[in-house]
Design a protein around this ligand. Structure first.
Ligand SMILES: Cc1cc2nc3c(=O)[nH]c(=O)nc-3n(C[C@H](O)[C@H](O)[C@H](O)COP(=O)(O)OP(=O)(O)OC[C@H]3O[C@@H](n4cnc5c(N)ncnc54)[C@H](O)[C@@H]3O)c2cc1C
Length: 533
């Protein structure tokens, strides 16, 4: 079966929804989500969205903070544009119905977060992303031109190059093959296809990200021949709950802010050996320190101790964290909380220009799956929701200009070949676990060439097995995601091996210093690394 739209949006997080609302003024929009409509990273964002809104703040100050966090690798035009357009986009979020927390005088309540020199983070209590997702979905429901396709997974992009290699016509994206809940794979064609698929935290064993974050947009774009940038820069949050059943629960940095002490299994403290600010050191410093202690001791986690603080205060100040830990059998008022660093945010992604245009015509990318150059080598807190709306808006303007692209291409239906239902699902589970564990152990927070090469060899072997499985058996969402995390894993390793310096989030013991002669983006396209797929 084949469907046709003006705009095909893969992803229903902040970036995809914001794009859809704007693009719907020009044509029909389809929004695909892999799981329920609101299941995505956006929904779990707690802190807020940064923008210059206070009198005491300035565009220059926000630009400077962002450039500073990005370790001299931000693209300055992207930073200036994102920061300057931020306030207007934030006002539009309010117009779309987002209820941010307000002060008694009716103005937005702005908080300050690590790395920001001013109060500029708008929030909806500590559930900002959930509120944004609610309001934007409701606004989309009110537009006749927008149709949702939940539980639909894009499998592969369709490009002219792929379907008519010999015709010699200029390449462009035509849409995507999509796995429906029924198991059928249908063709979705569009004038413009937009990747808004979010990050890839699930590449790592421990992550703050939801299950949707398997890097599908980057993997599909890479296989289609698009340029990918800066995948070595993965941000790790220092403290995620360590528990076999707690898949991705973040223990907020506010706990350390309120006096939490990080301890080893023996009860010893260790942060004083790493930074003068101890447990209050910046996010990446704490994550590296914990990683180093875990590598040294072989332990699974460290402990965040709050037990010296009054019980009543802890319950009142951190009701959600207290209740969630309790549900996992941990009473934070009387026991330290076991924590590990966790993969949190992908700074690299599909390389785009200031309008979200990728290197393949009629294929745009926005949000966490795109690399706009805004974050450089390290992301400033609360800048990612901002990037989602600014580039969602700009990409919609670009998409409107592409409305004259003909919808006449005839893509062949998905060819399932000789595939049969799988009787070996255990392979998927095993490879999934192995891949994420080896990424955690060898390609985590602190890297070496030896560990990266070892990871590279193993990922290549796993990709071979996955490839064989992929073509032999009927395609399922699990296999699609496994194939994608394997591709993204290799992109992270390849990019990390290419960067022969330590900068921002990329730390390697082989090149411990920053080398400004190497200050450039790491760009990868499929033809460069000759591998199957
Ligand atoms: C716990 C947590 C807290 C955070 N806190 C903050 C914060 O306070 N401030 C901030 O700025 N940032 C924060 N972030 C980061 C921020 O939430 C994300 O970067 C941002 O929400 C990403 O939005 P997005 O639209 O790009 O992707 P997402 O919101 O992740 O949406 C991705 C969408 O793509 C869909 N999708 C994926 N693959 C496919 C496919 N193959 N086919 C079809 N659909 C697909 C998914 O189903 C989903 O709908 C936080 C992240 C986490 C995990």
């Amino acid at each position: 079966m084949s469907e046709q739209f003006d705009f095909l949006v893969l992803g229903g997080g902040i970036a995809g929804l914001f794009f859809a609302l704007k693009a719907a003024e020009h044509g029909r929009v389809a929004i695909l989500t892999k799981r329920a409509r609101n299941e995505c990273a956006t929904r779990y964002a707690q802190g807020g969205i940064a923008a210059v809104l206070a009198k005491e703040d300035s565009i220059e100050a926000h630009v400077a903070d962002t450039l500073n966090a990005g370790a001299d690798l931000c693209r300055e035009p992207s930073v200036r544009l994102c920061v300057s357009e931020g306030p207007e986009r934030l006002r539009e979020l309010c117009d779309y119905g987002v209820q941010f927390t307000r002060r008694a005088d009716g103005l937005l309540d702005l908080t300050r977060e690590g790395g920001h020199t001013r109060r500029r983070v708008a929030h909806a209590d500590d559930l900002t992303g959930g509120e944004i997702e609610r309001a934007l979905i409701q606004a989309c429901d009110e537009r006749e031109n927008i149709e949702f396709f939940p539980d639909c997974t894009a499998v592969e992009l369709i490009t002219l190059e792929k379907i008519s290699r010999s015709a010699g016509r200029p390449n462009r994206c035509l849409g995507a093959y999509v796995l429906r809940p029924s198991g059928d794979i249908d063709t979705f064609l569009a004038r413009v296809t937009v990747l808004a698929t979010g990050g890839a935290g699930k590449v790592y064993l421990y992550t703050s990200n939801p299950d949707t974050a398997t890097g599908d947009g980057v993997a599909m774009a890479y296989r289609a021949g698009a340029r990918i940038a800066n995948m070595e820069f993965y941000q790790f949050h220092p403290t995620c709950l360590f528990h076999p059943h707690a898949k991705s629960f973040l223990i907020s940095e506010a706990l350390r802010g309120e006096g939490g002490i990080l301890r080893l299994k023996s009860g010893e403290t260790f942060m004083e050996h790493y930074h003068p600010m101890g447990a209050l050191a910046p996010r990446d410093v704490v994550a590296r320190a914990i990683d180093s202690e875990l590598k040294r001791s072989g332990d699974d986690c460290v402990w965040l101790d709050m037990t010296h603080l009054p019980t009543g205060y802890l319950i009142e100040r951190f009701p959600n964290i207290h209740a969630t830990c309790k549900a996992f059998g941990i009473d934070m008022t009387s026991q330290p909380i076991p924590v590990v660093p966790a993969a949190h945010y992908q700074c690299g992604g599909v390389d785009v220009d200031l309008d979200g245009q990728t290197s393949i015509p009629n294929l745009l990318a926005i949000g966490e799956c795109a690399c706009t150059g805004f974050h450089g080598a390290n992301r400033l807190a609360s800048n990612s929701l901002l990037e989602g709306v600014v580039f969602g808006h700009r990409a919609a303007k670009k998409a409107a200009e592409l409305m004259d692209t003909p919808l006449d291409a005839i893509a062949p239906p998905w060819d399932a070949g000789e595939a049969v239902p799988s009787d070996e699902s255990v392979l998927v589970t095993h490879n999934w676990e192995e891949l994420r564990r080896l990424m955690w152990n060898y390609v985590g927070i602190v890297r070496t060439n030896k560990r990266l090469r070892r990871a590279q060899r193993r990922i290549e072997m796993l990709r071979e097995e996955i490839r064989e499985y992929y073509w032999r058996f009927n395609v399922t969402r699990d296999v699609i995601e496994l194939r994608n995390i394997a591709d993204v894993a290799l992109l992270i390793v390849d990019s990390a091996l290419r960067r022969k310096e330590s900068r921002g989030l990329h730390t390697t013991l082989d090149y411990p210093d920053r080398d400004d002669s190497l200050r450039r983006d790491t760009l990868v396209t499929r033809g460069e690394i000759e591998r199957p797929f």
